[in-house]
Design a protein around this ligand. Sequence first.
Ligand code: PLP
Length: 397
Amino acid sequence: MNASFESKLSADLEALKKAGTYKHLRHLTTPMSAEVHMEEAGDVIVLSSNNYLGLSDQPEVIEAGKRGLDTYGAGTASVRFICGTFDVHRTLEERIASFLGTQAALTYVSCWNANTGLFPTICEDGSAIVSDELNHASIIDGCRLATKARRERYKHGNMADLEEKLKAVQGCSPILIVTDGVFSMEGDLAKLPEIVALAKKYNAVTVVDDSHGTGVMGKTGRGTIEHYGLTGQIDIITGTLGKALGGAAGGFVAGSRALIDTLIQKSRPQLFSNALPATVACSALAALDYLDAHPELVVRLRENVAYFRAGLRALGYKPLEGESAIVPIIVGETAFAIAMSDKLLKRGVFVTGFGFPVVPEGTARIRVQMSAKLTREEMDRALAAFKAVGEEAGLIA
Ligand SMILES: Cc1ncc(COP(=O)(O)O)c(C=O)c1O
């Protein structure tokens, strides 16, 4: 063990602890649901999971995973193009494509992998990427890996700035405009109709990561693109299976057949890493089936968001406005946000405080995420905890 390296790591960790920004992992002993048992805090209401539709412990989703294990065993012990593709991968990919209205789709072990596999593959010399400044870290890292592309960032949701950046990269080809569908820390939506119009004007390719929109937005939960009535008008969609669609893991890219074939040929995570486990593919398929058979889940989620937002406002909180299932409450400094989430946990509510560097300095927040699974009684209990902790911290009168 290198002593000076170890002591540097320890000093950095000590500094995080002193600053009150050290993250503690919480250990759950029951499946993700509206309430879970946590080793450190007992039974708690969950307001910080992406389990938007409550499908993580849905019996049909669990059973499908078990059947997958029986049918396919643990895995293929290979990357996909060698001998690592099961028929269920094809079935799931066809299902994702038809769900989103694209020609084809390709799964990855995570959306992180999908985003970092996508951009370097399709951005050769002469290309450009124009990216919203608040895009998810996996998009940022994916763009960083696209070393041959010219890279520009536009101000969050600012269409005038996007247009300026598009003018600046004219002559590049292809030009990609990339955005989250639902922004994970703000909970707001990308202005997709304007983005599509600008893409047409400047001959750009649109890329939308709808990880937080899938299962949440749109009448049937098909996401932000459905919400805006733009199905078929976005060139490339990326997303996760690790949130509303079962919550295990997995991601995908959906788009044209030629795009998907290109990724199969050249995308490095496809070429050098194993496939999505078949058990997870089976669970995700069951989650998609369940969502299609139960559109009322999306309605219930929306009702829960409205109920909880109204409850917070009645207490005196001013959550950021938005239509998604993410309800952020800005509290200021990182240490304050973390301390507040600790106090909420002591009162039986599991909700995470986020600070710098995840969000800009001074805008630390408690990020509430709603689930269709939560009952009124659970939401009322959570609101009572927010009342007590908010008053104690001087956030509300
Ligand atoms: C917008 C967005 N994209 C990608 C990801 C990564 O998803 P996964 O967990 O499948 O890697 C996340 C996860 O937080 C996300 O919020």
